[in-house]
Write a protein that binds this ligand. Structure first.
Ligand code: PHE
Length: 338
């Protein structure tokens, strides 16, 4: 009796595992499930009746084998179910063998879209795109930008400082903070490149601001820098006016208000008149001769302008977004609108 029953278990096991592996669709697998594990007429029933016929001594041994076989078949079935379930949807949605353009899966984040648009616009004005690290050292975030050792911009309450000793950087400098502005990239580019220059740099900046509808502790800026002989404030205003018009439409007006930044002289705040409201776009100015001195440019020969524009602000105007926090919440209901 025991030998017969064990042979029956073994062939049940081999046949069911083979049928599970051979099922090529969820429907086929369901048929296999009904045949081998079905509660009413499944072959498991036959095995159970063999158990019923066993003597009381044989039953514990056979019962154990029965349970092992059943749970092995059940887990093989579950594994196969999940294998078959996933790809069918994906295969139906994207047939990678079809000729033609790639299907659009996912979307660009509104900030990424805005940055791509910015690059297009300034690209047409001859700017190339430069990048710099988000973890910066004291030299590039402050010293070379003419920000003296005692200056409110260095306040620990205004910056995300990191433990200097523990963060080593490949270029030998110790990172001290998450950059608070993209102006750091001006310095990095000028250190590496002789004038003339016409670059923008787009990326993240970090400041421990209190988060509300218009402020975040992480935001994006587009920094611009033009250096050549004979560059004036008029060139700055022309570039920003063209830029704002290209992004927001013909009816915008750009205005400068006097301001102060340690690395530009004179310095201005840039506003744009859009739909009857003046909105602040960022800071700008003529590069301070001290900054040229730091990077080995001759301030007697070249002049230049720089600007730093808040990307979130442009993006919010363009898409009528009223709360900056929406950008970084990853709520698909928000993101799928763009
Ligand atoms: N870096 C300045 C800021 O973050 C903006 C700026 C950039 C000002 C370039 C002048 C020149 O506020």
């Amino acid at each position: 009796m025991t030998a017969d029953a064990q042979a029956a278990f073994a062939s049940y096991q081999a046949e069911s595992l083979e049928a599970i592996a051979g099922a090529l669709s969820e429907d086929a697998l369901e048929a296999v499930r009904v045949e081998f594990l079905g509660k009413k007429r499944g072959r498991l029933k036959d095995l159970q009746s063999l158990l019923g016929q066993a003597t009381p001594e044989e039953r514990p041994v056979l019962g154990k084998v029965f349970n092992e076989v059943r749970s092995e078949v059940e887990s093989a079935l579950e594994a196969r179910q999940s294998e078959l379930a996933v790809p069918e949807v994906a295969v139906a949605a994207v047939d990678v063998t079809l000729p033609g353009p790639r299907p659009v899966v996912g979307r660009r984040h509104p900030i990424t879209r805005t940055m791509d648009d910015f690059k297009d616009i300034v690209g047409r004005m001859g700017f190339s795109v430069a990048t710099g690290p988000e973890l910066e050292d004291d030299h590039h975030n402050f010293v070379a930008l003419n920000i003296p050792p005692v200056h409110p911009a260095r306040d620990p309450l205004e910056n995300f400082y990191l433990a200097t000793a523990s963060v080593g950087r490949a270029d030998g400098d110790a990172a001290v903070l998450m950059r608070s502005q993209t102006s750091t990239v001006q310095i990095r580019v000028m250190e590496q490149t002789a004038p003339p220059l016409r670059i923008v740099s787009l990326g993240r900046c970090y400041r421990p601001d209190t988060i509300d509808a218009t402020h975040h502790c992480m935001f994006h800026q587009m920094e611009g820098l033009v250096v050549d002989e004979g560059i004036t404030m008029a060139d700055l205003k022309t570039v920003l006016k063209h830029f704002a018009t290209a992004f927001l439409g013909d009816d915008v007006e750009v205005r400068f208000r006097p301001s102060f930044f340690p690395f530009t002289e004179p310095s201005v705040e840039v506003d744009v008149l859009w739909r009857d409201r003046w909105l602040e776009l960022g800071g700008a100015g003529m590069v301070d001769p001290n900054v040229f001195g730091e990077v080995g440019y001759d301030p007697e020969r070249v002049t230049g302008f720089a600007f730093g524009l808040g990307i979130e602000r442009f993006c919010m105007m363009r898409y009528q977004i009223t709360d900056i926090r929406r950008f970084f919440e990853n709520d698909v209901r928000f993101l799928t609108q763009f």
